[in-house]
Design a protein around this ligand. Structure first.
Ligand SMILES: *Cc1c(COP(=O)(O)O)cnc(C)c1O
Length: 639
């Protein structure tokens, strides 16, 4: 049972239903862009975008660069168009996050072109044409000239051109006028951008054209009518429902007043309920003495003024009402509480009420009647304006950077953390514990490299035996050990989740099992089979066993031993952690071969300075067993 004072339920099945209904109006060649500005009209941009993607929509529209970059952080990698004119100060965020700005002025185009040029990037843009909306965009009367100028900027690519209807829901004459102005302009252009779009969701229903190949859908997809007339043309289901509970039941005698400033006086004895929501939750103040809420199946009236955190509703008609009973303030359940009807009670806009509802409320996402996810307030605060994600990023980055005293490593770690916690938030975090990595140097036996005579001399190298043991949940019925000759090639194995061990091989060696080999590999007591594959400058060793599939999802002990070689002249050896690790021990054994060996740890996490124990023939770097160490930590042994 939900314990909140108020919450919103977002019905993703209804959202999908609306998308399907809207799509019926579109010819085959017309794509949809899902508008998710203002956190998807209050529904949650990330969840809506994900659902839209499943439906086959691969283009999103947002209001500003910050909304776009938040979607990027969360892992949405489709094209994202910024609908409103961007500020010059947003250009860096646009480039960094691969967003598409809409362009309405030459000045902005010029600044964008300059910044894109510095990055050696071709930046996509959509031109915004004002055909009578009278808001942003290039005036259609001068557009042809302006566009030709913008076309000359060599680091900009005009991917799209669009305009926006002012009254597609109820003024077909004006809508057609706007469309004619737009198509006349298109005819005069010396080129044809890939995307041409003018319709918002109302336009999808009320307007047909032969020139556009993309439509931007917002309000109707959220199941709210922009005009009552559309009800005959399309069936829509409300996506958002806002709910609360009765927190107190009271009685008023004839003549009692209810709420601030005595705007409601009981005309007879009555029963009323206090609901713990107010304008701070987004329940509009103008609904004072006007709002309607649904309790059981009865529509009850809001009485008195809406307070910051409370409203009172008349429940005289309810039989035996109970504290804790659910009240629906907006959404599904009854025509009267649909967003458009609630908004009309105070002459408001249904767009606005959707955006503001549930400011404090947790959202629950439903699919086929079941809760599939929820989003707590915390994550939404991540976008709040006084703590923009840019600013927050800055704070985290500097914090890491100062402690590591390296901008480069700080940046890596920061991205990794962000990715793990935000982008991959629906995935389980796998971490390693009881981590022990031993690297042992010894003399290469005389004559070892005889086959490569002349090229490699045994005295230039150390023989290296490594053993890595740790405990972790098994993810697949196999895993890989990877080895490459340069960092660039090895990089791709850092991104893969099925790789448990990586080694950078010195460039002098050939890629084969003579120079890098897995000598034994165990999961629990099971000795695994290894299969070696050499391709594209990498050795990939697949470790598997038929029984492993029974252990997937279980915590198991890994043990991986390898044999390879290391150039004596290198004078340093780096050992890095690639995953979140709890409790670390790294031992470097050099048995009388080296002198003056020093360990330089680069640990991140709370522990910056692990214990270092220098012994005669080895060095141990270790933490407590319960200490969390972040990825990209490591130690460099210098000799
Ligand atoms: C918000 C917006 C839309 C979506 O409009 P709806 O009426 O909600 O469908 C489309 N285009 C632009 C430019 C917008 O700003």
């Amino acid at each position: 049972m939900k314990t909140e004072r108020s919450w919103t339920e977002i019905n993703l099945s209804n959202f999908e239903y609306n998308l399907r209904e809207l799509k019926k109006f579109l010819p085959e060649n017309v794509q949809m862009m899902q508008i998710v500005k203002a956190d998807a009209y209050g529904h949650g941009a990330f969840e809506i975008a994900k659902k839209a993607q499943k439906f086959g929509i691969n283009f999103f529209g947002v209001a500003n660069a910050e909304e776009g970059s938040l979607l990027r952080y969360l892992g949405i990698d489709c094209p994202i168009l910024i609908l409103s004119p961007s500020l010059l100060s947003e250009i860096e965020i646009i480039l960094e996050n691969n967003l598409i700005p809409s362009v309405s002025t030459i000045d902005f185009a010029e600044a964008l072109n300059f910044a894109a040029n510095k990055r050696k990037k071709k930046q996509k843009i959509h031109l915004n044409i004002d055909t009578g909306m009278g808001r942003s965009g290039i005036d259609f009367r001068v557009a042809a000239k302006t566009i030709e100028k913008i076309r000359k900027f060599s680091n900009l690519q005009i991917e799209g051109i669009f305009s926006h209807f002012s009254a597609a829901e109820n003024d077909s004459e004006y809508t057609n006028l706007q469309a004619t102005r737009f198509s006349d302009l298109l005819k005069n252009l010396s080129f044809k951008p890939k995307f041409i779009h003018i319709s918002n969701s109302s336009g999808v229903v009320t307007f047909t054209s032969d020139f556009q190949n993309l439509v931007r859908i917002g309000l109707l997809s959220y199941g709210v009518y922009s005009d009552n007339r559309l009800k005959n043309q399309i069936d829509l289901k409300a996506v958002m429902t806002f709910k609360s509970r009765i927190s107190q039941i009271k009685t008023a005698a004839k003549g009692d007043s209810i709420g601030y400033n005595r705007t409601f006086i009981a005309s007879e004895n009555m029963k009323y309920a206090i609901l713990p929501v107010g304008y701070a939750d987004g329940y509009d103040f103008l609904l004072s003495n006007k709002g309607k809420v649904l309790i059981r199946k009865k529509v009850c009236s809001v009485i008195g003024k809406v307070s910051m955190d409370m409203i009172a509703v008349d429940i005289s008609d309810l039989k035996n009402p109970q504290v804790g009973e659910i009240a629906t303030l907006l959404g599904e359940g009854n025509e009267q509480i649909r967003a458009e009807n609630i908004a009309s009670l105070y002459g408001g806009s249904s767009y606005e009420i959707l955006c503001q509802i549930g400011r404090r409320a947790k959202r629950y996402y439903y699919e086929n009647g079941k809760v599939i996810s929820s989003s707590p307030l915390l994550r939404r605060n991540f976008v709040s304006s006084d703590y923009s994600d840019k600013k927050l990023s800055g704070i985290i980055e500097t914090a890491i950077e100062q402690r590591l005293q390296s901008k480069e490593i700080a940046d890596l770690i920061y991205r990794d953390i962000l990715k793990r916690f935000f982008i991959e938030k629906d995935r389980e975090i796998y971490y390693r514990k009881n981590f022990v990595h031993t690297v042992k140097f010894s003399q290469v036996p005389e004559g070892y490299f005889s086959r490569q005579k002349g090229k490699i001399s045994a005295s230039d190298y150390f023989l290296v035996n490594t053993r890595l043991t740790f405990t972790k949940k098994l993810q697949n019925d196999y895993f890989l050990v990877a080895c490459a000759k340069n960092e660039k090639l090895l990089e791709k194995y850092f991104l893969r989740r099925d790789v448990e061990y990586r080694w950078l091989l010195n460039d002098n060696f050939d890629l084969n099992k003579d120079f890098f080999a897995v000598t034994s590999v165990f999961v629990n007591d099971l000795e695994l089979k290894t299969e070696l594959k050499i391709s594209q400058g990498c050795i990939e060793i697949k470790c598997s066993h038929p029984y492993l599939k029974n252990l997937v999802g279980k915590e198991v002990d890994f043990s991986i031993s390898t044999k390879t070689f290391y150039p004596q002249a290198s004078h340093q050896l780096g050992i890095y952690l690639t995953e979140i690790t709890r409790g670390v021990q790294i031992d470097f054994i050099f048995d009388g071969l080296l002198r003056n060996v020093e360990a330089v740890p680069i640990f991140s996490g709370r522990l910056k300075f692990p214990q270092i124990e220098y012994k005669k023939n080895s060095i141990s770097v270790y933490s407590q067993n319960d200490e969390w160490i972040f990825p990209n930590s490591g130690v460099i042994f210098v000799y």
